[in-house]
Ligand binder design. Structure first.
Ligand SMILES: *[C@@H]1O[C@H](CO)[C@@H](O)[C@H](O)[C@H]1NC(C)=O
Ligand SMILES: *[C@@H]1O[C@H](CO)[C@@H](O)[C@H](O)[C@H]1NC(C)=O
Ligand SMILES: *[C@@H]1O[C@H](CO)[C@@H](O)[C@H](O)[C@H]1NC(C)=O
Ligand SMILES: *[C@@H]1O[C@H](CO)[C@@H](O)[C@H](O)[C@H]1NC(C)=O
Ligand SMILES: *[C@@H]1O[C@H](CO)[C@@H](O)[C@H](O)[C@H]1NC(C)=O
Ligand SMILES: *[C@@H]1O[C@H](CO)[C@@H](O)[C@H](O)[C@H]1NC(C)=O
Ligand SMILES: *[C@@H]1O[C@H](CO)[C@@H](O)[C@H](O)[C@H]1NC(C)=O
Ligand SMILES: *[C@@H]1O[C@H](CO)[C@@H](O)[C@H](O)[C@H]1NC(C)=O
Ligand SMILES: *[C@@H]1O[C@H](CO)[C@@H](O)[C@H](O)[C@H]1NC(C)=O
Ligand SMILES: *[C@@H]1O[C@H](CO)[C@@H](O)[C@H](O)[C@H]1NC(C)=O
Ligand SMILES: *[C@@H]1O[C@H](CO)[C@@H](O)[C@H](O)[C@H]1NC(C)=O
Ligand SMILES: *[C@@H]1O[C@H](CO)[C@@H](O)[C@H](O)[C@H]1NC(C)=O
Length: 765
């Protein structure tokens, strides 16, 4: 039983067939007999044995349609020539870049959908030093040592001074000086005040109930305001922020003129994330403004916090027949981190003032439970197995809880484990050059979820790289960052950072490969194998799935999450689950091998057969070209994802031609491009924003043709599936996916090499 994210309906009593008719529009594909997965896998595999290799050539042509973007005069110059040409081509943007550098900030965030930072393309390596903390130039910006250190930390014994949560007074004392000396802090401070001012002038948060997500958005908005208003007061002593926050506090208690939810359960304990986020907001407001609240205000806040928040927390833990605490057992996903985090912050805030014993009781429950569950949110290699998108919620909950425990009680109780030490890297490598490797349930950017836990990991694990990465990002301006970020950090995160990384925990198994960290127009691919279970039912049936970025576009992409309110969407991850009949979740909706239109086996346990890299690391400059012969490859045995198969199914990808071309074993891909297939069926022309990708089947000369279809679900506006259909028996493809980047390189046609014989040099021409 996995009810997470779904609304509180009793799925087991609802007839699956009832659901089918109503939900065609959310992409629900009716199973043939309304009960079983459709199709049986092909037995042709068994009959035909060794598959025929198909060679596909794909060329990416910059600005083929928009003539002005095209420069055909220099036919195949070096990447270095291209890069300096790009920099020279727009000297005004180069000037802007140098101005940006002069302020001490490297990147300018784009206003693109995914807010990818744009790095100035300059060779001024003197500004881009190696990652470090507290060099002699920056030593004065380290945080002072905390004078509170509990000799024997206990979760119910808290520091004597306020604030106790995340931002102790000794940090506020030096923050203005750090802001004055660090351009990132200065920018974030301005932004937080700007956001606080916007919210100050807004109406109080409205109660809006959104089916499967309950009142999570209002809860997160409340917490956001509690943080920003408290921050603004403490930085100015202007009580207008306190008064405005009090209004929000009254509002979500139902004590303002507008009604706010049902009296018995205003904070929506049935969707406990909401309860937890409201509680966290109350805890922060209570603690950060402790000295300005009156005794009456403090008492009212404690009352409401226990009434609508903490008492439900106790119920979640102690009432075994209650559904609201489902997340406390065997739940290593974001729910456990967010729920325990909110209850912990709120309990720590009122500990000592709370005469009911509720806070103390809860702390005895949340900490051990988070150690059992949330601490395992990332697998050993740091990947958030629930999906890279849920990483944001989970790591935020984890960082808030762990940071608050450390500041309030002097110990992390073991939360700071090596999986979290690695997790910042899974995030960095999980970001392609245009957007996330968005496997499984991934939604649009959530306004309140940030990656600022990266600052906390950086400081706690004494590793400058995650902080240097995150400070360039658009979501970095957040009150938490002001206290987690160590302003003595310095350098370029990419300096010395390997281009490739393979994540090998058996649940995850994925790889990330790229040509650069700092140019949106470079090449990137992510590919995964991994298990189809053990992911909190947020995954797809997608062993072998991949994405590709090149020339600033995502050419092969993911469809993301479906409608969370659709029937049975989260019912379970067994083979027969209705979840797998939704196009976005079924194997057919993935960029992987599809056999007889049948879903993959949920019990799949792939193995990684090969991973090698020339181990290139980027240097200090943002202009970077790999050295000659640079490559990497990765391939997996995903046979166990397919039924009744006695032959083997392998899946892999590699770079060729110095990372300007891709060579995948590939079957189908989903693309936003418009797709035009030639009449003979062997060439497909893909177009995005005037850039073209030309895909041609080179061999065999007959028997393989392209077809396309619309992705079979709504809403997937404009998404096309490019499919290669073959005569019976072919299950493996050897494709050469060439991004010719014509001005830099001439395309090469690599030799056809059996997967088992791949090496770093096997495709040299
Ligand atoms: C493909 O699936 C259909 C049912 O969906 C089944 O009837 C057929 O036998 C399968 N073909 C092979 C070759 O397994
Ligand atoms: C695989 O083969 C077995 C035995 O023939 C059969 O019972 C089962 O339904 C098949 N599985 C699928 C998914 O077709
Ligand atoms: C933070 O930003 C606010 C708003 O712009 C400004 O008034 C304040 O001086 C800044 N704080 C510091 C320490 O610079
Ligand atoms: C805060 O302000 C910045 C700058 O105006 C804006 O881009 C950002 O969306 C705001 N953040 C939130 C959470 O509203
Ligand atoms: C706010 O008041 C406190 C206590 O009086 C004082 O120490 C602090 O300097 C004041 N901060 C500002 C920004 O005025
Ligand atoms: C809200 O009103 C109730 C009922 O008067 C009161 O018990 C509670 O303390 C109030 N809460 C806040 C935060 O003012
Ligand atoms: C939790 O997982 C363990 C190991 O898989 C299993 O034995 C146990 O029954 C599960 N507990 C619950 C309450 O689901
Ligand atoms: C990426 O390509 C676009 C379009 O060709 C160009 O405008 C932009 O300057 C390039 N960016 C970099 C960093 O080279
Ligand atoms: C289509 O574009 C959107 C917006 O950039 C992106 O989120 C999505 O992943 C793309 N889909 C595919 C199939 O590439
Ligand atoms: C899984 O969910 C489906 C509905 O999608 C239901 O029919 C089936 O009984 C569930 N199986 C388990 C083991 O809960
Ligand atoms: C790359 O690094 C790995 C891990 O350190 C090492 O095993 C491998 O030999 C290196 N390969 C090359 C080509 O340097
Ligand atoms: C198929 O058509 C394309 C585009 O018209 C052409 O370039 C290619 O040579 C043709 N291939 C064959 C095998 O006829």
């Amino acid at each position: 039983m996995s009810y997470h994210d779904a609304n509180n309906q009793n799925y087991s009593t609802q007839n699956l067939a009832d659901a089918v008719g109503d939900h065609q529009s959310s992409g629900y594909i009716a199973p043939p007999n309304n009960e079983k997965p459709r199709g049986k896998p092909t037995s042709k595999w068994i009959k035909f044995g060794i598959p025929i290799a198909i060679l596909v050539i794909i060329a990416i042509v910059v600005g083929a349609v928009v003539g002005t973007k095209k420069n055909k005069t220099s036919s195949s110059s070096s990447p270095a020539a291209q890069s300096s040409a790009a920099a020279a081509a727009s000297s005004s943007s180069a000037n802007a870049a140098i101005e940006e550098l002069a302020t001490g900030k490297f990147a300018a965030a784009t206003n693109s959908l995914y807010m990818v930072p744009i790095f100035p393309q300059v060779t001024d390596t003197s500004v881009f030093v190696s990652p470090t903390f507290a060099s002699s130039a920056k030593a004065s910006l380290t945080w002072p040592t905390d004078t509170f250190s509990a000799p024997t930390p206990a979760v119910t014994s808290v520091r004597p001074d306020r604030p106790r949560l995340i931002a102790p007074q000794y940090k506020w004392d030096v923050l203005p000086d750090h802001i004055a000396n660090d351009p990132y802090l200065s920018y974030w401070n301005e932004t937080i005040f700007g956001n606080a001012t916007t919210w100050y002038n807004d109406d109080p948060i409205q109660y809006v109930f959104d089916g499967g997500n309950g009142i999570l958005d209002p809860a997160r908005r409340f917490k956001q305001r509690a943080k920003a208003f408290s921050y603004a007061y403490r930085m100015t002593n202007d009580t207008k922020w306190v008064d405005r926050l009090w209004l929000e506090i009254q509002n979500v208690a139902g004590n303002y003129s507008v009604s706010f939810g049902p009296d018995y359960d205003k904070w929506d304990s049935n969707h406990f994330l909401d309860t937890a986020e409201f509680s966290a907001g109350y805890g922060i407001a209570y603690d950060w403004l402790y000295d300005v609240w009156t005794a009456d205000q403090l008492e009212s806040m404690r009352f409401t916090l226990i009434e609508y928040g903490l008492s439900f927390g106790v119920q979640a833990y102690t009432n075994t027949s209650s559904f609201i605490g489902w997340w406390k057992t065997n739940t290593t996903g974001n729910w456990n981190c967010v729920c325990n985090g909110g209850l912990t912050l709120a309990s720590l805030a009122i500990l000592g003032d709370d005469t009911t014993g509720t806070a103390e009781q809860l702390l005895g429950l949340t900490v051990p439970d988070a150690l059992e569950n949330c601490a395992g949110g990332p697998t050993s290699d740091g990947t958030w197995s629930e999906t890279m998108d849920y990483w944001y919620f989970g790591t935020t909950g984890y960082a808030e809880m762990t940071s608050a425990l450390i500041t309030a009680t002097g110990s992390d109780y073991g939360m700071l484990n090596s999986a979290y030490q690695n997790t910042g890297y899974s995030h960095m490598y999980g970001w392609g050059l245009t957007q996330l490797f968005a496997v499984g349930d991934t939604g649009p950017n959530k306004f309140s979820s940030t990656a600022n836990g990266m600052f906390f990991f950086s400081s706690e694990f004494n590793d400058p790289i995650p902080a240097l990465y995150q400070r360039e990002q658009a979501d970095a301006a957040d009150p938490w960052s002001m206290f987690w970020y160590d302003a003595s950090v310095e350098g370029a995160f990419w300096d010395g950072l390997p281009l490739d990384r393979a994540f090998d925990n058996e649940i995850d198994q994925w790889v990330s490969m790229r040509s650069t960290w700092t140019n949106i127009n470079g090449t990137y691919f992510g590919m995964k194998a991994g298990m189809n279970q053990g992911r909190q039912t947020h995954n797809d049936l997608d062993c072998g799935d991949f994405v590709i970025d090149a020339m600033g576009h995502r050419w092969a992409g993911e469809l993301g999450d479906g409608d969370y309110n659709a029937p049975y969407y989260f019912s379970n991850d067994t083979q027969g689950s209705a979840r797998w009949y939704y196009y976005r979740k079924m194997t057919e909706g993935q960029n992987t091998i599809l056999v007889n239109k049948t879903n993959q086996n949920v019990l799949a346990k792939p193995t990684i057969l090969g991973y090698e890299s020339t181990n290139d690391t980027q240097g200090s400059s943002t202009i970077f070209n790999v050295s000659s012969g640079s490559t990497a490859y990765w391939y997996a045995d995903i046979t166990s994802a397919y039924f009744n198969d006695t032959s083997s199914v392998h899946r892999g990808m590699r770079f060729i031609n110095d990372r300007t071309q891709f060579l995948p074993f590939m079957w189908r891909m989903h693309t936003n491009a418009t797709v035009d297939i030639s009449s003979n069926g062997t060439t497909a022309t893909l177009t995005i924003d005037g850039d073209e990708m030309i895909v041609s089947i080179l061999s065999p000369s007959s028997g393989a043709t392209f077809t396309k279809s619309d992705a079979l679900t709504n809403p997937n506006p404009g998404v096309t599936v490019l499919i290669i259909e073959m005569n019976a028996g072919i299950i493996q493809l050897t494709g050469s996916f060439l991004s010719s980047m014509e001005r830099w390189y001439s395309s090469v046609t690599p030799p056809s090499v059996e997967l088992a014989n791949w090496s770093l040099t096997s495709h040299n021409t």
